[in-house]
Design a protein around this ligand. Structure first.
Ligand SMILES: [Zn+2]
Length: 253
């Protein structure tokens, strides 16, 4: 095998990849359009093999994907942070293109009879604001809250916070990708928006399924109970505590 000098890091190497920086040997050739296109997909999205494979595996066996990544199979699936960025970009595109706020404004928010009319109105407005204007912040809330809850509920499994966080990157992104795809398809084919209840239900079903599959070493009934408690806690925080606190700090009318 011939020795080459890597044009990226000046290290000499043999074979298909530079053993110092990992650049492929074709990086030493003159630029050709095929390389530029391949490089774009590989570095930016890793779409041509990794992304759809990862998405599919996260639907059929979500526990396996997260555990493989945690246990060190870092190249087998799309990196969780990259996967999250793709999902958020897709969500931003959908929000921009299809004006998903139209579905929200038609929707009735929860009414809490023990709170004043003004507070209820303000909470409804905050909910719309959170979902539309601060959609990235709302996603961040989902991304961070689940690992915190499950860190506490499943601390006997000795998973660290980063492991639960990257797992949740996969699951929140997959639930976003599933609902956005359904929104996209129904809008394009039938020109209808599916209801927000349907979307919320789908999200809950996926997140439950993903975590049931992830915590599989815990006996089923304890696992189901803890995941149920975790999701209930999340919903109370997102539907009540967060808009309530924001309404107290800064009431909207
Ligand atoms: Zn190199």
């Amino acid at each position: 095998m011939e020795t080459q000098n890597c044009h990226n890091c000046q290290h000499s190497f043999e074979g298909n990849f530079c053993n110092h920086c990992g650049q492929r040997n074709i990086g030493n050739n003159r630029l050709r359009i095929r390389e530029v296109v391949n490089d774009f997909f590989d570095n930016t999205f890793n779409l041509h093999k990794g992304f759809f494979f990862t998405f599919w595996k996260l639907i059929v066996s979500p526990g396996k994907v997260a555990h493989a990544y945690i246990k060190g199979q870092r190249k087998r699936f799309t990196n969780p942070t990259r996967y999250l960025v793709i999902a958020l970009a897709f969500q931003a595109f959908m929000d921009y293109w299809f004006k998903t706020d139209e579905i929200l404004e038609k929707d009735e928010y929860f009414y809490f009879p023990f709170l004043s009319e003004r507070l209820n109105n303000s909470m409804e407005l905050w909910n719309i604001k959170l979902t539309i204007e601060f959609s990235l912040l709302s996603s961040l809330f989902e991304v961070l809250l689940f690992p915190i809850i499950f860190y506490v509920l499943f601390r006997s499994l000795k998973l660290n916070f980063t492991e639960l966080l990257t797992t949740n990157f996969y699951y929140i992104s997959t639930s976003t990708l599933i609902t956005m795809t359904i929104l996209f398809v129904t809008k394009v084919l039938f020109d209808v928006f599916v209801s927000i209840e349907f979307i919320a239900l789908l999200l809950l079903i996926y997140v439950s399924w993903a975590y049931l599959s992830f915590f599989k070493t815990t006996p089923l009934w304890i696992r189901s109970l803890k995941i149920g408690v975790g999701i209930a806690f999340f919903l109370i925080m997102r539907v009540f505590v967060l808009p309530f606190t924001l309404s107290l700090l800064n009431p909207l009318t």
